[in-house]
Design a protein. Sequence first.
Length: 277
Amino acid sequence: MTHRPPAPEALPHPVVDNHCHLDITRDGDTALPTEEALAAAAAVGVTRIVQIGCDLPGARWAVEAANDHAAIVAGVALHPNEAPRLAAAGRLDEALDEVEALAASSDRVRAVGETGLDYYRTGDDGRAAQHESFRRHIDVAKRLDRTLVIHDRDAHDDILRILDEEGAPDRFVMHCFSGDADFAKACLDRGGWLSFAGTVTFKNAELLREALRVTPRDRVLVETDAPYLTPMPYRGRPNASYLVPLTMRSMAATRGEDLAELCAAVDANTEAAFGRW
């Protein structure tokens, strides 16, 4: 089992990890039991989590976790890389119907996502299925009044085009924001929140830090995308919600802001995006 990083110093004000995969493991590691993961996060000031399901089993698990744990709410969706596989098997419509049913099943389900486009792992032959899936998720989010959580990898222009064609929901979050300052402004102009992960701490991420600097304080969120995207100095090791303080301290330094004030803003922003729980 990969050695987990030590717990950082606690934050001066609680924040929410607005994008986590408590059920996913990587590199042969063992997932932290949910109660242990929640306790470790709460001990450093990360008091609530949005658990994101990326496929049907994960979406079902997310709903169960949210119903079982007061600190968790759920997001349900098909990850964009799931869409071509399901389409090839003739199961995309059926799967999207289940996502909609799960999204409507409980007020603990606050988000439809992560959905969107991923051109890094899917070639041209899979893009039509990704587009279809993204459009359907947008529709579900709007009809059920859920927050849309968008995955965007190497697809900035088409993300914006499809959002404009379908009409953006009242609330949407750019998960693990990966663009530059210009793309940040384009997303902000459409009413989105920008969520920053451990990538903002990486040495080669100056364009991302520029995007963070131009994001208004009331539009900034923080996430882990755990078990992925572990912040420095532990890049490459398993991520978890208890490591959010590393990212928050880096964000405050990048923006030149007081840490406690930025934490309070991020906490309020998360409630604005996902509601209270």
